[in-house]
Design a protein around this ligand. Structure first.
Ligand SMILES: *[C@@H]1O[C@H](CO)[C@@H](O)[C@H](O)[C@H]1NC(C)=O
Ligand SMILES: *[C@@H]1O[C@H](CO)[C@@H](O)[C@H](O)[C@H]1NC(C)=O
Ligand SMILES: *[C@@H]1O[C@H](CO)[C@@H](O)[C@H](O)[C@H]1NC(C)=O
Ligand SMILES: *[C@@H]1O[C@H](CO)[C@@H](O)[C@H](O)[C@H]1NC(C)=O
Ligand SMILES: *[C@@H]1O[C@H](CO)[C@@H](O)[C@H](O)[C@H]1NC(C)=O
Ligand SMILES: *[C@@H]1O[C@H](CO)[C@@H](O)[C@H](O)[C@H]1NC(C)=O
Ligand SMILES: *[C@@H]1O[C@H](CO)[C@@H](O)[C@H](O)[C@H]1NC(C)=O
Ligand SMILES: *[C@@H]1O[C@H](CO)[C@@H](O)[C@H](O)[C@H]1NC(C)=O
Length: 821
């Protein structure tokens, strides 16, 4: 399905003939496949966009899984639209104002062309072999013979429609309608067409997809190429060239009522270029965006600028293509990286709600998904953009009163667990992001999450703050008369709030706010209050798993509630309700088994509670081997690598190879679930790179990369960090680190911090086929609030004061390579 321009092929072959590709000539874009995740619920956006671009052009299919617009599941095309989100679940987002082409109307009669989405889809069939998707470009040919190609600048999409020559003498027609993917248009969408130039302007009010909000979007479409014959509007299934303006009701039947404009062209001999300017401010701004960004309708120039923008973003990471590595693994890697930069979207200058000089990003969809590895990945690869995102989050706090947990189409979305923007901010702070971020206001924002309960905590902040402080946990059916929200998820919220408070304590400590640091560190211990030491767990068949000690929900009076530890797990087929419903479980979208590992800051204590390192490992193995965890949802990510905390880093490597490529491959159905704005992509990218973050901490867990070597150049310092595998084995039998050096000196810790990237260090890993003692000693384990006990030898190396392993002592910012640690 992925096709190269014929013209490029000889060049490509010539390049391959020259021994091995030099790093300077290495083009990462050849390894990006945007069609991964276009089937089987990946819901990725497969079309043309700039990195973080607002304009995202693609063909929208008539699929139940068209959240990202295009799918390769055999469904036909409804239209070509230019606003999208990527990888999301729930209702489809955006997809506003699609264009649809006809080579001709039957009998040259505009009333015989089909306008409504529902019926015109009959002309939307296409052969998947005609699909071409490359960074900044998308093309498909309809079975009607009309070829559609598209590319974008930041806020403008450029479409090129080429008509079959057999239709010579006919008059091609392009329509543009006032709909969106979700069919959410409200009253009074309007459109007008200029009789002379054919310029179509319009606007409509739509419903945002995972929030209570609405948004108005605007467009301005101009044409170039073939001469215009006539134009007008359509409503329902009828069109007229005599009417140039339409305001259409939402309607109750046939909702939303089909309506829009059309333009006909004199001849199919020349392609028609349609330039669609977009805005969330006004139609006039949509026009001026288009005029500024694409003044000349030069398709090839816009495409080549988009390609260059992607190449620049992806170039800081190069991997070795040698050592016999399967090129599909390289494709998997770069495609994952590519997807981390599709969302969030840069809406700077397009925010109708407030105007400041600050950047404005939207489509944080949702931070609950992206705090874990997507934004941390961008902090490595594109820190200057993350600085802008954090400034935008802080500016959103200033204007909306709270940091969002989820934000799309200009509205705050639903919160799923804790206030995880806290972790995004703290992660950036600890990793030394600067770039004009007002960290004092950032600190104020995270403290507000911890201290002030919103009246309605559906969409920001936390609920149950009184109970949190008085009881030390969120109880089942909390008594809360101060703020209102869905009183479910008491267990997963307790675990997430604990970690949120830990994150705040780290920021406080680094800012020398020692009283706050202690206070939030104490609160971060609240997770313990839901640990029930004698809780057992049986499979649904009745067989005892043999494990004892699980988190359990607790009532307000301090007595235990009960939730089957496997409820809402991947193997729960009992019809449990696990999302945001009022009848939902005490855990969100996953089980107590999996949330049982979600104490990212105190793995030492958790290992002890679970009976020591070998029992911890058995439990983690059971979680994965029995498919209790679901790698297609984000809470699973860290569990793949938590073996590190039990002194078994080799098992983390083994586990990441268990999931990649079996659950993440390069086919259209190659994702295990929604990509969630690139969260899944970042899991692939970090796992294959061989460093996985524990977000909110200055920690990356080391596993061997899937390549012989990886170079990452920091866009901030210009220094290049290198990970090199000695004894690299492309069959991945040798995935166990035997020894390591950092900048030439022996290195036994199984983790590194962010200065690795900013200072451009070199990590050399010598691999073998068996686990070794590398990275297994207590002194080599990642930081933990509580001590590691029960490991071989003494609980803690006597020469190392226990406190050195603890966060409570000097665990501050790395700084952008400026501060030695
Ligand atoms: C839509 O337009 C009609 C006719 O002008 C007007 O009566 C109505 O109030 C408008 N509705 C909204 C929601 O603006
Ligand atoms: C990484 O950088 C080093 C030093 O510049 C270079 O020799 C090597 O070829 C690079 N490797 C890759 C995979 O780009
Ligand atoms: C976002 O857009 C603004 C305005 O066009 C631009 O100045 C800024 O550099 C963009 N940021 C990123 C990360 O693309
Ligand atoms: C915190 O205090 C230390 C030691 O006095 C000092 O070096 C550091 O600059 C201070 N940090 C901040 C953010 O004030
Ligand atoms: C489990 O422990 C709780 C105290 O946490 C106790 O009340 C209960 O009786 C114990 N159950 C069993 C079966 O031992
Ligand atoms: C505690 O509260 C729960 C839930 O309301 C109730 O079932 C239980 O009987 C109460 N226990 C005591 C000791 O009050
Ligand atoms: C690696 O482990 C296997 C058993 O798992 C054993 O047979 C083999 O001898 C070991 N190899 C080395 C080099 O220790
Ligand atoms: C402790 O040592 C024994 C024997 O060498 C080994 O089998 C076990 O895996 C070690 N446990 C840990 C936690 O390192």
């Amino acid at each position: 399905m992925h096709t190269f321009d014929r013209g490029c092929l000889p060049l490509l072959l010539a390049a391959l003939a020259v021994v091995r590709v030099d790093a300077a000539d290495f083009d990462p874009l050849q390894y990006v496949d945007q069609l991964i995740g276009t089937r089987n619920g990946g819901n990725v956006f497969a079309g043309a966009s700039l990195p973080y671009g607002l304009a995202k052009a693609v063909a929208d299919t008539n699929s139940g899984s068209n959240q990202g617009g295009f799918t390769l599941d055999g469904t036909p095309i409804l239209g070509f639209s230019a606003l999208h989100d990527s990888g999301t679940g729930g209702e489809p987002s955006l997809g506003n104002f699609p264009l649809f082409p006809y080579a001709a109307c039957p009998g040259d009669d505009i009333n015989l062309c089909v306008y409504p989405k529902r019926t015109r889809v009959a002309s939307g069939a296409f052969d998947p072999k005609t699909v071409v998707a490359r960074p900044g470009f998308f093309a498909v040919t309809l079975n009607t013979g009309v070829k559609a190609e598209m590319t974008t600048s930041q806020r403008t999409a450029l479409f090129r429609f080429t008509f079959p020559t057999a239709t010579n003498g006919a008059h091609p027609l392009l329509l543009q309608d006032l709909s969106d993917l979700h069919n959410s248009r409200q009253d009074n969408g309007s459109v007008s067409v200029d009789p002379e130039t054919g310029r179509i302007k319009g606007q409509a009010l739509f419903v945002s997809s995972f929030s209570q909000g609405q948004y108005t979007s605007y467009f301005c479409t101009d044409f170039s190429g073939s001469k215009i014959l006539d134009n007008g509007i359509f409503v329902d299934s009828r069109a007229s060239a005599d009417v140039k303006k339409l305001t259409v009701s939402r309607s109750i039947n046939g909702y939303p009522l089909p309506g829009g404009a059309f333009v006909r062209f004199e001849s199919p001999a020349k392609p028609v270029i349609a330039r669609v300017g977009l805005s969330f401010i006004s139609s006039d701004q949509a026009c001026s965006n288009a005029e500024e960004e694409i003044p000349k309708f030069d398709f090839d120039a816009v495409q080549s600028a988009a390609t260059d923008a992607w190449r620049e973003k992806l170039s800081p990471i190069t991997v070795s293509t040698g050592g016999g590595v399967d090129p599909n693994q390289i494709k998997n890697f770069y495609s994952g990286i590519y997807r981390t930069m599709v969302n969030p979207q840069n809406y700077t200058g397009e925010n109708p709600n407030w105007k400041t000089g600050e950047p404005y990003f939207d489509s944080f969809y949702c931070l609950w998904d992206s705090f874990r590895s997507q934004i941390p990945f961008l902090t490595v690869l594109d820190p200057l953009s993350v600085e802008q995102m954090i400034r935008s989050l802080i500016d959103t706090y200033k204007h909306e009163g709270w940091l969002p947990d989820c934000h799309m189409s200009l509205s705050k979305g639903y919160t799923q667990g804790g206030s995880n923007a806290d972790i995004v901010l703290v992660d950036g702070y600890l990793k030394g992001l600067a770039g004009g971020i007002d960290w004092d206001v950032g600190y104020e924002a995270v403290v507000k999450d911890a201290e002030v309960e919103p009246f309605d905590w559906c969409c920001h902040g936390r609920g149950g703050i009184d109970s949190w402080k008085a009881l030390g946990y969120i109880p089942v059916q909390d008594f809360d008369y101060k703020g209102f929200g869905t009183l479910t998820r008491s267990l997963s919220r307790t675990l997430e709030y604990s970690y949120n408070d830990f994150a705040i304590s780290q920021m406080a400590r680094a800012m020398n706010k020692t009283t706050d640091a202690e206070k939030y560190l104490d609160l971060s211990d609240n997770w313990r209050n839901l640990y029930k030491a004698n809780q057992t767990s049986s499979l649904f068949s009745g067989i005892d798993t043999g494990f004892v000690g699980f988190f359990q929900p607790k009532h307000i009076n301090g007595t235990w509630g009960f939730q089957n530890p496997l409820k809402c797990s991947n193997i729960d087929n009992t019809g449990s309700v696990c999302s945001l419903q009022n009848t939902g479980a005490e855990t969100f979208e996953s089980s107590i088994w999996e949330y049982g590992f979600y104490v990212p800051h105190d793995q030492g204590s958790l290992v002890t509670l679970y009976g020591g390192p070998s029992n911890f490992v058995k439990r983690l193995d059971y979680l994965h081997d029995q498919s209790i965890t679901y790698i297609g949802n984000e809470p699973s990510f860290l569990t793949v690598f938590q073996y590190h905390y039990a002194g078994r880093p080799g098992l983390s490597a083994k586990r990441s190879h268990f999931y990649i490529p079996k659950f993440f491959d390069t086919t259209p159905q190659g994702l295990p679930g929604n990509d969630d704005s690139g969260a899944m992509g970042s899991f692939v990218a970090f796992s294959m790179m061989g460093l996985f973050p524990n977000p909110g901490q200055n920690v990356y867990l080391i596993t061997p990369p899937f390549f012989e070597s990886v170079n990452i150049t920091s866009p901030v310092t210009g220094k290049t960090a290198t990970i090199r595998a000695v004894n690299f084995d492309p069959t991945y039998a040798a995935i166990y680190i035997q020894s390591a050096t950092l900048n030439g000196k022996p290195y036994t810790k199984n983790w590194i911090d962010h200065s690795f990237f900013t200072e451009g260090k070199e990590l050399v890993l010598t691999l073998g086929k068996n686990e070794s003692s590398w990275g297994t000693a207590v002194k080599d384990l990642p930081p933990s609030v509580g001590e590691y006990v029960g490991f071989n030898g003494t609980s803690v190396d006597k020469k190392t004061p226990a406190s050195n392993l603890r966060y409570s002592v000097d665990y501050g910012r790395t700084g952008l390579g400026l501060r030695q640690r």
